[in-house]
Design a protein around this ligand. Structure first.
Ligand code: DGY
Length: 326
């Protein structure tokens, strides 16, 4: 009998090429499933490919045969890695393949704000031809300062693109990134210095105890009134209530958000009433090419685990543990 692989995505969200790769050796079962169907499937699954579902003791209790939790993405704040390690379950991510897509989406949000793309679209549809009101001006990116918080895989790609726009680049990270300094003339600064001096502040940190709420009222108060905040990392990195207040009171000019405290963001959330925000539904990595590459990577990791081999994209906390054993 073939092993079972549970995929926390609908069939048509997981690229055909990855499905074919898995189907040769496993039975692949997709969402949507009822609670009963899910419990039946996960009880028999050797591998789980997961999106943003919480993988904790409760989940693992239901999955006694599991060898691997393969995240379809790079953030793994929703996975209790320690609980998985204790049970000998690998946790993997899909690094590198999505960095460009997230960096491109970061610029989609930046340009939507600075060139007022959403407002411009509404204006063309309802007002331009009436000739009553002129469309307000945007602002240039060239010569402006971008502050990149978290300059790892994704942050460095944002730096590369910002350099193309001839922006000045500041970054803040616990680890120095000499390559972005050399190639893109980026400067490592303290968080406060970055917040005070940037025209665009963009977040590219994982969600951890150290980054939860790292942008709150105090940090927003340090930003320029003309500055924009971009978040394509994780919603809880920002205190969303403080951000909503800052946007309402004009403490900053606007925000481009792909991630939220709660997802999906409820339709009655006050953020949705504001005009100075551009909001997207957690689609940083959402391109055809990138989602295919992510599906292939997740499938590759699963195939390694099913063959009893250590998968290539283990989370850092597990590298020591499992690589030592080989
Ligand atoms: C990631 O890579 O973690 C993205 O947010 C998709 O979940």
């Amino acid at each position: 009998m073939k092993p079972k692989v549970y995929v926390e995505l609908p069939r048509d969200f997981f690229h055909e090429d990855a499905v074919n790769m898995l189907s040769k050796v496993a039975d692949t079962l997709f969402e949507p499933l009822s609670k009963e169907e899910f419990e039946e499937v996960i009880a028999e699954s050797s591998a789980a490919i997961i999106g943003l579902k919480r993988i904790d003791e409760n989940f693992l209790e239901l999955a006694p045969k599991l060898k691997i939790v393969a995240r379809f993405g790079v953030g793994y704040d929703n996975v209790d890695v320690e609980a998985c390690t204790k049970r000998g379950i690998y946790v993997t991510i899909t690094p590198n393949v999505l960095s460009d897509a997230v960096a491109e989406h970061t610029f989609a949000l930046i340009l939507s704000l600075t060139r007022r793309v959403i407002e411009a679209d509404r204006y063309v549809r309802s007002e331009w031809a009436k000739g009553e009101k002129r469309f307000p001006l945007g602002v240039d990116l060239k010569g402006k300062t971008i502050g990149i918080i978290g300059c790892g895989r994704i942050g460095s790609q944002v730096a590369r693109k910002a350099y193309g726009f001839e922006m000045k680049i500041l970054y803040h990270d616990a680890v120095r990134n000499e390559e972005v300094e050399k190639r893109f003339d980026a400067k490592l600064v303290s968080l406060n210095e970055l917040l005070r001096n940037s025209d665009i502040v963009t977040l590219h940190v994982p969600l951890t105890d150290a980054t939860r709420g790292m942008i709150g009222e105090k940090e927003l108060n340090l930003m320029k009134e003309s500055a924009y905040l971009i978040n394509t990392s994780r919603g809880p990195v920002v205190d969303q209530e403080a951000l909503t207040r800052a946007l309402k009171e004009g403490k900053i000019a606007g925000a481009g958000l792909d991630v939220f405290a709660l997802e999906p963001i409820p339709l009655d959330d006050p953020l949705l009433k504001l005009d100075n925000v551009v909001l997207t539904p957690h689609i940083g990595s959402g391109t055809v090419e990138t989602r295919r590459a992510m599906a292939l990577k997740a499938a590759e990791n699963v195939l390694y685990a099913l063959k009893g081999k250590v998968p290539p994209d283990l989370v850092p906390e597990q590298r020591e543990v499992f690589l030592k054993q080989t």
